[in-house]
Ligand binder design. Structure first.
Ligand SMILES: Cc1ncc(C[n+]2csc(CCOP(=O)(O)OP(=O)(O)O)c2C)c(N)n1
Ligand SMILES: [Mg+2]
Length: 586
């Protein structure tokens, strides 16, 4: 029997390795829903409560599986809801296919209901965006959308009029130039490789350095052994961008942990003091945390030639797969006899970790924010998947959770969008049903896509959710004060009883406020076999500060507090306490 447009669509996506579609039904995609229903053996549909979650989950699924992620939304509002999650995919280079409905083909662009031309709307976010014109057009359009998503590591978008979904191929007359099945659905592989002469030049630069640092990110993911070997040869501390947190264990002798506002003092100093920087698979965005261009030489490895020299001048740029490139480079590197730079960086890192540990040890109610992150971190499985949201809570996860090798960390990186953590956790649990999945989320971020708690229950996903409750948009509160010296403005949040919300959505939930109870509560929630939510009330006055004093920020903070930020006395006390005191000390 002849297949219709929607059936060809689903079969063609399956040929490109798509096995899961995140979305919400709607009358603009009923035909596609039916095609998925009749192909349940090869394609599973995951129903979400907001299409933004579908796009986040598709991006996360692509990150976790290495395959194409896919999201589906109806015409008009469904399609526009996808956008933020699709920008996450675009920014973090995750291959995703977005499918949206359109009105009947001969009524589109006629102000009919929900008549948004998604091909225009998606033009910026998608590497390829096409309106499918007939059942005879589906195969080639899917092929191109998938190839663009994979080749450009971004979004391929297809908009399908509702009647084309129903149209049988046999009744759709091809145009005179359209030979049926002229397009291929084969998956193609291949990588660029840097020329040997350039690898030799990179080795010369690195061999000449006396204080080499390595900045590594998500792109170094498949090259961890090679990266450790490079670091060892060069006696170079590995500074990890947030998306690289799980690359190397946080207590590995070759790392100084994270970088940036949520990084460590040792990484900050390594970047300040190095004379040579090797960047591997990272476009960490904050330029002020890189070495000054005139103070260090640069070598950069990236799969994408357009990213070379993006944040820091690369004297040598090597385009290619990190693993192959590092392996070739390592053969040309001489083991540095002087290990002083690494040793000093590691001493600074040890002091930093002691500082955080003792600050989080303080027994108080509400608890120091680091306490909950540390207690969770200490109870993670060897191969846990940890997802983050965006906010102070991300900084707590980054700083207080000790990553071990084999664990996976993920979240919205370059887009840094709030609300991503729960959809990311859903995708992680579906991609890795045998692994422990833990989501860190703020009270602001959770309230954005709170409906997905019901998605967790619907699919019985044993996700552990840690809600950092400070009743404020914490990160922004501190940024308003620190960056501009202004009093906090409209950051406070009306409290929500998240434990009650969790219970109402079918998730066993705990509330903890007192630091001395924290370990026991985390233990209980983690031992619970199903999904669990921990609402952890933390001290809202403990700031999120860069690891090393910034004079301007310190002055601004004082000014903001004097100029009328509520709770001035408590804020002053928190700033005088560890870990803030050390971070503000010259
Ligand atoms: C979708 C979106 N809106 C706004 C922001 C700006 N923003 C970054 S962090 C933050 C505060 C987050 O608050 P919450 O989730 O409570 O986390 P906290 O900082 O308190 O831990 C805001 C508003 C963002 N990153 N994403
Ligand atoms: Mg908050």
């Amino acid at each position: 029997m002849s297949r219709n447009g929607a059936e060809i669509l689903i079969d063609s996506l399956a040929a490109f390795g798509v096995d899961t579609v995140f979305g919400m039904p709607g009358d603009g995609i009923n035909g596609i829903m039916e095609a998925i229903r009749t192909r349940a053996g090869t394609m599973r549909f995951i129903q979400v409560r907001h299409e933004e979650s579908a796009a986040f989950a598709a991006a996360a699924y692509a990150k976790f599986t290495g395959r194409l992620g896919c999201c589906l939304a109806t015409t008009g509002p469904g399609g526009t809801h996808l956008l933020t999650g699709l920008y996450d995919a675009k920014f973090d280079r995750a291959p995703v296919i977005a499918i949206t409905g359109l009105p009947f083909h001969d009524l589109s662009d006629s102000f009919t209901q929900q008549d948004i031309d998604h091909t225009k709307v998606f033009m910026d976010v998608a590497a390829y965006s096409a309106r499918i014109m007939s059942a005879r057009h589906v195969e080639s359009a899917v092929s191109l959308a998938c190839r663009h998503a994979v080749a450009y590591r971004g979004v391929g978008h297809l908009a399908i009029p509702v009647d084309v979904q129903e149209e049988p191929e046999s009744e759709a007359k091809p145009s005179s130039r359209n030979i049926p099945h002229h397009a291929s659905l084969v998956q193609a592989q291949g990588e660029m490789r840097a020329p040997d002469a350039e690898i030799a030049r990179a080795a010369e630069v690195l061999n000449a350095g006396t204080r080499v640092a390595i900045l590594a990110g998500e792109g170094a993911g498949g090259a961890v052994d090679e990266l450790l070997q490079t670091a060892n040869l060069l006696a170079a501390p590995i500074v990890k961008a947030l998306r690289g947190k799980g690359l190397v264990a946080d207590d590995d002798p070759l790392t100084t942990g994270g970088i940036g506002l949520l990084g460590t003092r040792a990484s900050h100093e390594a970047m300040e003091q190095c004379d040579t920087l090797l960047i591997v698979g990272s476009t960490f965005p904050y330029i002020e945390y890189y070495p000054r261009p005139e103070r260090a030489r640069g070598v950069q490895i990236d799969r994408d030639a357009t990213r070379i020299g993006l944040r820091f001048p690369a004297e040598v740029g090597l385009v290619g797969d990190a693993r192959q490139t590092l392996a070739a480079l390592n053969r040309l590197l001489r083991r540095k006899a002087d290990r002083g730079f690494l040793t000093r960086a590691r001493q600074s890192y040890a002091a930093w970790r002691d500082l955080l540990r003792s600050a989080a040890d303080r027994d108080a109610s509400p608890m120091p924010p680091g306490r909950i992150a540390r207690e969770v971190g200490d109870r993670l499985d060897e191969n846990a998947v940890v997802v983050w949201d965006s906010g102070h809570n991300t900084g707590l996860m980054a700083r207080y959770v000790t990553a071990r090798r084999g664990q996976r960390y993920a979240g919205s990186g370059m887009l840094a969008s709030m609300g991503c953590a729960i959809p990311y956790a859903v995708a992680a649990a579906l991609a890795h049903p045998d692994r422990q999945i833990v989501a860190f989320v703020g009270d602001g971020g959770l309230s954005m896509l709170m409906g997905e708690l019901a998605t967790i229950t619907r699919y019985r996903l044993p996700i552990k959710i840690v809600v950092i409750k400070n009743n404020t948009l914490g990160q922004i509160k501190w940024e308003q004060m620190m960056f501009l010296g202004n009093p906090e403005m409209e950051c406070d949040l009306t409290p929500i009883d998240f434990a009650a919300v969790g219970q109402a959505c079918g998730i066993r939930s705990w509330h903890v406020e007192d630091a001395s109870q924290c370990a026991a509560v985390v233990q209980q929630a983690f031992e619970h076999p199903g999904a669990a939510l921990i609402e952890a009330v933390v001290d809202p006055n403990e700031p999120l500060l860069p690891p090393k004093r910034n004079d301007k920020y310190a002055k601004n903070l004082e000014r903001a507090i004097q100029q009328g930020t509520p709770g001035a006395k408590e804020l002053q006390e928190a700033l005088a306490r560890e870990p803030a005191r050390s971070m503000l000390s010259p």
